[in-house]
Design a binder for this molecule. Structure first.
Ligand SMILES: [Fe+2]
Length: 268
């Protein structure tokens, strides 16, 4: 089957080649600023005091489990019930975002496979909290799921601008061609100290110069699951809320994870 290209659109041959050569592509303004601001405001409702990573915003049971302290601190039954109602609304909203047709159509086009949704995680890097200093070590996202074909994909949505200044990502172009790399396992969810990210060996990537990834609100970064990336800490006064949506082609095997219990979500 020959690939369909539409020049001067996001479905161009250049974009397709860029994605498969570099292992990533940024699509500007894919989502509106309004949807980003609204989604961010919903996520902040369920954030803890440190604005730690929230896992699986699209799954009610995960939001309840990660907000247990907050729920416990509410004054009466009525407030608790209203909060749970809000959680239902938030998880529904994020399920819709995971199924966003602009994103999923683009993924289908890039991979020529039927994609399924796996995760919706947010990283706030909120100034003044311990996680603002969170520097991720160079890692491959596919490593967490161990898909042997490296077909996991991360779609990062910037809810605010993202640059080197506020804890942005650095990407290693072409590193996805190295395949699944050996790594050192690190705690990568609400870690107590140290730096998260299942670190790949420096020797494997030392020939590649990382590039800073600049996004503005609504820009979307499509990143191959084997593309090595890292991030800086946030020394600025600006939060860096970044939503990571995870996808994998239907039928591909993956490790669900002990805490994350990833489950396939059909997108249409
Ligand atoms: Fe990552």
């Amino acid at each position: 089957m020959t690939k369909k290209f539409q020049e001067n659109t996001i479905f161009s041959k250049d974009n397709f080649e860029k994605y498969w050569n570099d292992g990533f592509i940024i699509i500007k303004d894919m989502l509106s600023p309004e949807i980003c601001e609204y989604s961010n405001s919903l996520a902040r409702i369920v954030a803890d005091d440190d604005y730690g990573q929230i896992m699986h915003l699209h799954r009610e049971e995960y939001l309840i489990s990660q907000s247990s302290k907050k729920i416990e601190s509410l004054n009466n039954l009525n407030e608790k019930v209203l909060f749970i109602k809000k959680i239902k609304q938030i998880s529904k909203h994020y399920e819709e975002l995971l199924k966003n047709p602009d994103i999923t159509n683009y993924l289908d086009w890039l991979y020529s496979r039927q994609m399924t949704g796996l995760l919706t995680n947010i990283f706030f890097k909120e100034p003044g909290t311990k996680y603002s200093n969170q520097e991720w070590l160079p890692h491959q996202d596919n490593n967490y799921l161990s898909n042997e074909n490296g077909l996991y994909v991360t779609v990062n949505v910037a809810f605010n601008y993202m640059s080197e200044k506020n804890g942005g990502l650095f990407l290693f172009p072409g590193s996805h061609k190295l395949g699944n790399l050996d790594s050192e396992k690190k705690i990568s969810y609400r870690e107590k100290d140290g730096k998260p990210g299942n670190k790949v060996k420096e020797v494997d990537i030392k020939h590649i110069k990382p590039v800073a990834c600049e996004l503005k609100k609504g820009d979307v970064l499509f990143m191959h699951g084997l593309c090595v990336h890292k991030s800086s800490n946030n020394n600025s006064n600006d939060p860096r809320p970044l939503l990571s949506l995870g996808y994998i082609p239907y039928g591909e095997k993956f490790d669900p994870g002990f805490n994350s219990k990833r489950e396939v979500k059909f997108l249409n």
